[in-house]
Design a protein around this ligand. Structure first.
Ligand code: SAH
Length: 203
């Protein structure tokens, strides 16, 4: 099995969006942060031999990482055709198998899975885009690992409880977004985010 460092190296080989679509908040997760997020999930037993869905898969870094860490099967759900083109190249590049690409809106995906991994739109552009993703994730999986703005932790706690989920772990990250989008003034734009792991409430 891969080490965390080897995982990060493999993920650093992946291609990202050719031209990011601002309205869909297409921000690729960088390989270091993706490797950390995936490693945390892996160490908790949420990836190996599990059926995983990567919602808003983009160019696929999260789901591909899950395949490299021994997921039984990964569903890549993405609505943007151009992202899927790059996703396919990335899957071939790292010789991935045991996956299915679903070209649709996440709201139309209804397969039950063990674990959802996602870096959804934060809802800064398309209002409540993050809620659509969370609703879907909660309805198809007991375990969810997802990126959110650090400032939305109170919302996340309440939203999770309303859906009979509890946050079992959270990790702070700083996403370093390259200037792929016009509204970014600085070359590298840093945003404080958290990854939360939510699980089904048992009582
Ligand atoms: N998971 C990738 C991409 C994150 S960007 C990564 O971590 O690098 C968010 C992705 O969600 C974009 O590719 C965007 O096209 C996709 N997306 C946004 N809204 C969507 C929706 N409603 N249904 C499916 N995909 C969506």
């Amino acid at each position: 099995m891969l080490s965390r460092a080897q995982l990060a190296i493999q993920l650093s080989k992946l291609k990202v969006f050719e031209k990011a679509d601002e309205w869909s908040e297409q921000y690729p997760t960088d390989s270091e942060n993706a490797a950390s997020m995936l490693w945390n999930a892996y160490m908790l037993g949420d990836i190996e031999n599990k059926i995983v869905a990567d919602l808003g898969a983009g160019t696929g870094i999260l789901g591909i990482g899950a395949i490299l860490l021994g997921a039984k099967k990964v569903y890549f759900v993405e609505r943007d055709e151009k992202a899927i083109k790059v996703l396919k190249e990335n899957l071939d590049l790292l010789n991935c198998s045991n996956y299915q690409i679903i070209h649709s809106d996440v709201s139309e995906f209804n397969k039950k899975v063990d674990t959802v991994l996602m870096n959804p739109p934060f809802g800064t552009r398309e209002k409540h885009a993050d809620k659509t993703f969370l609703n879907k994730a909660f309805s198809i999986a007991d375990l969810v690992h997802s990126f959110h703005l650090a400032t939305s932790v109170d919302f996340l706690r309440k939203f999770s409880l309303d859906h009979h989920k509890i946050i079992t772990h959270s990790w702070n990250f700083e996403l370093q977004l390259k200037q792929t989008q016009k509204h970014h003034k600085r070359k590298v734009h840093r945003t404080n985010v958290i990854v939360v792991r939510t699980a089904q409430q048992t009582t």
